[in-house]
Design a protein around this ligand. Sequence first.
Ligand code: RFL
Ligand code: PHB
Length: 401
Amino acid sequence: MKTQVAIIGGGPSGLLLGQLLHKQGIDNIIVERVNGDYVLGRIRAGILEQGLVGLLHEAGVAERMMQEGHVHDGVELSINDERFRIDLKKYADGSSVMCYGQTEITRDLMAAREAAGLATLYEAENTELHDVKTDSPYVTFIKDGEPHRLECQFIAGCDGFHGVSRKTIPDDSRKEFERVYPFGWLGLLSDTPPCNEELIYAKTDRGFALASQRSSTRSRYYLQVPLTDKLEEWSDDAFWAELKKRLPADVAEGLVTGPSIEKSIAPLRSFVCEPMQYGNLFLVGDAAHIVPPTGAKGLNLAASDVATLYKVLTRVFKEGDRSAIAQYSPICLRRVWNGERFSWWMTNMMHNFDEGVAKDGTDRDTQQRFMDSELHYYLTSEAGQRVIAEQYVGLPYEELA
Ligand code: RFL
Ligand code: PHB
């Protein structure tokens, strides 16, 4: 098999890149480890920045999002029972965010890919990347028990945090930055109406909670839980009871509960791999970086990587300008680090940290008071609200030089 760009991973990064390249007349094949239903079964992001919304339009897959997605002009943060609304539109120059699930984006992209007759090779095992430093890299994998070889000019590693692409770069040619948080998020999806029109990020003495949504009839909620908690220990009833204690009282009163359709625990991590390009291999999305979900940035950073890479590859294939390749990593990393810092800061401010004494000697309660005060300051100052709003809606994409 032969193609211009081999894409490893058929999640949102791989699918979006494939569609945008196809629109530019650049041939690509996706190699995915699991099957399509499994990819759609992962319940993840729900908040899209304008940059991603624009890319979905560019890729020709925005129709259903425009019909079924909800534009949110504001977001709420609460401290125990005190609610604060951040007016995104007002403080971020008329910008807002789109509430539309990652599952739905993935479904729309899969449908467009099928309609265009583009190849996605599902259930590919033992994927390996070869000769990525040369002009003729190739990918090998096993499918239906048979070995396959895919020859290409470039490889896009869109295979998530646990994929093989990043590990293909030799240890001495990459540097990894990481922070693992001492808690996780327990998420629950249910066919119940959302408890509030806009999202509520709630900081409480019992820990963090998030009230999000997928539609007017489907809600998504999260609770901060210790890493030692097991999913089996959290019945639906236990989840709802704890959520009620963490949401502001007036919101909790109107909370509609129901059976869960999905429930899972996700660990929280900040992670960046530098550089994001090695020879003719590009790392995209979660393969290169992870953020804790508190800032709603993971999928949005994946999208800005895709925006940059498809422009780089368009330059290379249409204008023969290989110098664009070197721009990929620095352009992506500038935006990635901003998203990393924002997500880390939001996570620090909104969660309870049970760690004892910090490295600098500050005890836990004192640290907690500093964080409470910082959050209160940002939420009651116009400048503070602008700082949060501008970053929550997302910074503009950087163009190639
Ligand atoms: P994915 O989605 O992990 O897809 C990678 C794909 O690669 C496949 N794969 C392989 N294929 C071939 N060979 C191999 N060896 C392979 N190894 C893996 C996998 O099967 C998979 O299909 O990465 P991608 O495409 O980069 O997309 C990234 C996003 O999924 C992620 O950043 C977001 O979901 C993060 N995130 C959020 N982002 C936002 O922008 N806004 C949000 O509101 C938001 N909420 C969230 C989130 C992530 C969460 N979790 C569970 C981590 C909420 C949660 C709870
Ligand atoms: C979600 O709806 O899954 C979601 C929304 C906002 C976040 C994280 C997750 O910050």
